[in-house]
Write a protein that binds this ligand. Structure first.
Ligand SMILES: Nc1ncnc2c1ncn2[C@@H]1O[C@H](COP(=O)(O)OP(=O)(O)OP(=O)(O)O)[C@@H](O)[C@H]1O
Length: 373
């Protein structure tokens, strides 16, 4: 799939944007703080309904305005899709072809984008919450069932916690909600486990290609019980875990174990990647993971997602730059931001490139930028 048109209104430092994109590489050039990342953020927002930089949608509204609007025209194998999002002080509204979409899970997946940005490096030393958010975000792109079950589990968790906060806890209600939470948790855990296993295999392949290094990568799935592929067995283990921690949960007035506490530790040669790997190795693992995601999405929906690479070239040596661009299929639309026009020369020998100049909240296509199209 590709993004053929983007319209923004009162978004970040943009007053109004009406821009068309082509297939191949879309190179967004410009000095610092002009709005390059804001464009990638908007494209990702159309995919996930979330910003990668802020939790508060209000931050995305242009200063001095009270709402923003964005529209993307998506070209898929056999159809066009018109997706729109508006955000005002009351909240967010989603539309597909002008029809309001009430559930986020019905919107996510219409347009798929995978992003790499320098801040992603924080994934390895951030809190488990950040890694869970990463897994949840990536998994929701490929599984509606995951998004729906996770939302259900989060609601049940909230409900269980509110029972635990009551002065006298009703054990019958607590047991009912705990059983429902366990049922949803089993599905979430299974999906997380198999997603990470698949992602790891892809990540290993691309890491080797990118670095010519066959270092073993691993992702350790840390949960409150040992994972078992058999649902009934997993349910039994979770039930036992919840029974054992019931008194503690009552004392703490919250659920102390479960999918909301899980973590995923990235490893290199059996060592924690965060403390063992060099910056370059971490960057390459992340890139390999994002490329792995591009292929995983294609395997599931039979279309490549759009790839967003924010400031990726300043972080890579020449060989890795070239490799990155050559092992992605030509049909993948790739948006790259850069402050360095010279990098264009390297890219042009490989792919179709359209160049856009970003300056003070305006974006313009540079004529003659399409080297091979
Ligand atoms: N809500 C907002 N309203 C108006 N301007 C905003 C808003 N949010 C961010 N900005 C402005 O957007 C600019 C940052 O844009 P962006 O992060 O896209 O820069 P960039 O071109 O990617 O820069 P760099 O190359 O340094 O990464 C800043 O000048 C910032 O003040």
């Amino acid at each position: 799939m590709m993004l053929s048109q983007l319209n923004l209104y009162h978004y970040r430092n943009y007053d109004q944007v009406d821009i068309s994109f082509s297939k191949g590489i879309q190179l967004l050039t410009g000095k610092n703080a002009q709005g390059k990342t804001n464009i990638l953020e908007a494209i990702l927002y159309l995919s996930t309904t979330r910003s990668h930089r802020t939790k508060d949608d209000q931050d995305l509204i242009r200063k001095g305005s009270d709402a923003f609007f964005m529209k993307g025209m998506i070209l898929k194998e056999n159809r066009k899709e018109d997706i729109r999002i508006t955000v005002n002080e009351k909240g967010k509204n989603l539309f597909i072809y002008g029809n309001p979409i009430n559930k986020v899970s019905d919107f996510i997946g219409e347009f798929n984008a995978v992003m790499f940005c320098p801040d992603d490096m924080m994934l390895f030393n951030a809190s488990p919450r950040v890694r869970r958010r990463f897994v949840d975000m990536e998994l929701s792109k490929v599984s509606k069932k995951y998004t729906i079950t996770l939302t259900k589990a989060q609601k049940l968790l909230k409900e269980r916690n509110s029972y635990l906060k009551q002065d006298s806890v009703d054990d019958t209600f607590l047991e009912v909600v705990t059983d429902q939470l366990i049922d949803a948790s089993v599905i979430v855990m299974k999906q997380r486990f198999f997603f990470l296993k698949k992602l790891l295999a892809k990540c290993q392949t691309f890491y080797e290609k990118l670095t010519q290094d066959d270092t073993m990568l691993d992702i350790e799935y840390i949960s409150c019980v040992e994972f078992d592929e058999n649902e009934e067995e997993l349910k039994k283990r979770l039930k036992l875990r919840y029974q054992k921690s019931l008194q503690r949960d009552k004392f703490m007035k919250q659920t102390t174990h479960g999918i909301h506490k899980e973590d995923f530790i990235f490893k290199l040669n059996d060592q924690d990647l965060n403390s063992y790997a060099s910056q370059g190795q971490k960057r390459s693992v992340l890139l390999a993971m994002k490329i792995g995601m591009v292929y995983m999405i294609e395997e599931i929906i039979h279309e490549y997602p759009v790839l967003l690479l924010d400031d990726v070239f300043s972080e890579l040596d020449e060989t890795r730059k070239m490799k990155l661009l050559t092992f992605l299929p030509e049909s993948v639309q790739i948006f790259i931001t850069t402050t360095d026009q010279l990098e264009l020369k390297d890219i042009e020998c490989k792919r179709d490139v359209c160049v856009y100049h970003v300056d003070h909240g305006t974006i313009q296509r540079c004529e003659g930028g399409n080297a091979h199209g």
